[in-house]
Every structure is written in C-alpha cells, then in structure tokens.
Design a protein. Sequence first.
Length: 231
Amino acid sequence: MPPDLRWRRATPVYVARVAQFHFSPDTYLNTIREEVPAYDELQAAVADAADGVAVDRILDLGAGTGETTRAVLSRHPSAAVVLLDESPAMLARATARLPDDRVEQVIVGDLLGALPTDRFDLVVSALAVHHLAPPDKRTLFDRVRSTLRPGGRFVLGDVVVPDDPADAVAPLSPGYDRPDRLDDQRRWLEATGFTVSVPWRWKDLAVLRADAPTGTDRSRPGPRGPGGQPS
C-alpha cells in the first residue's frame, strides 16, 4: 500500500513536555470519561462555540482520537481538517474514525512547535493546552491568532483553575498538567487581539470562544518604522 501523503512529522517534537504518553488510543475515551465527568458536555460545548462562522478549513490542536473534530464537523460537514498531535497512534485512530475526504493533513507534532503556515477559518483544541506553562500558552495563542484568517475563530475547551477549590474535579499530575485561571487565559487571548467570550463553564472546565478581527491579516506584516518597529 502506498504511504498516505497527508501525514508529516513536525520537527522537533517535545514529547517529554506535552506528550499524551499515559493514554492509549484503545482506552482513551473510557479513561477520559471516567476522569472528566463532563467530557461529552465539553465536546458538545466546543461544537456549539464553533458554530455560526463560515468555515472551509479547520485546525485541531491536540487532536487525539478525533473526538473534537467529529463534534465540530457535525456543524461544518463540508470543511477540510488538519489534525495535529504528538502521538502517531492517536492520530491513526482519529483518521480511522473521521470521514476520509474531510482529513486534509495529519501532522505529528506538538503545541510548542510552529503551526502550519497556511490559513484556517477555525482552530479548535480540547483538553490539550492545559499541559503548557503560562508563557507557552501565551506563545501558542499568538501563533493561533496569526494562522487564522481575518474573522476566524479559536475555540478552546480545557481544564482551568476554578475560583472555588471545591470545583477542582479533573485529576491532575504535577509537572504534567498546568491549568491556569480562566480570567488569565481570557486576558492573554485578548492581548493578541481576540474578542473573547465564555459560552460554557462547569466546575474546572470551560470553553472560550475567541474571534479574530475581520479587517486584520497578521500574516502580512505592516510597514516597519525606525529600529524595525511597526510604524
């Protein structure tokens, strides 16, 4: 059988820092539903937040077994999808579950590496970004903003540090899971130029919807002034 030319490996892959090494594709869904009681509600909320915008191309960051992509494709069934995850095994399971004609590219890489340079209408991520430290989250949000077309949308569904410690439900591993407060992540997204809302929240889970401005294309730098600063 000829190789699937949609697959590529990003370099480098920081497996030790953000890998889903403790998950198996065969047991992932059962495990995550046990650990995160509102997992299915989170995925539905991500799909809801992805609705209401015209979408031709989707980038799923930390795509795992494709559960988020499946939910979002239910709202945008004609869109093409690029999947990014550090685990080839998880990506293989995702591509087996998704409509073959919807998967444009499969990238073995992680959230700390460069994102695809082509443009997307929608970027989604569920239960992946909380593995990043605060500076890396801010860097990722800036990269997401740059890969979106004007008027595009980023939907983030993830674990957050709750206001009430009693609402901390998701089991976390020190040094591996690094959730931040919801208001901090909202502020970091707004600092990149997004308009941000929170359409869903339950205990220590939240969905953020971040819309890029309609008239600004960050892939095309503006004129530079003295010292190389934007004029």
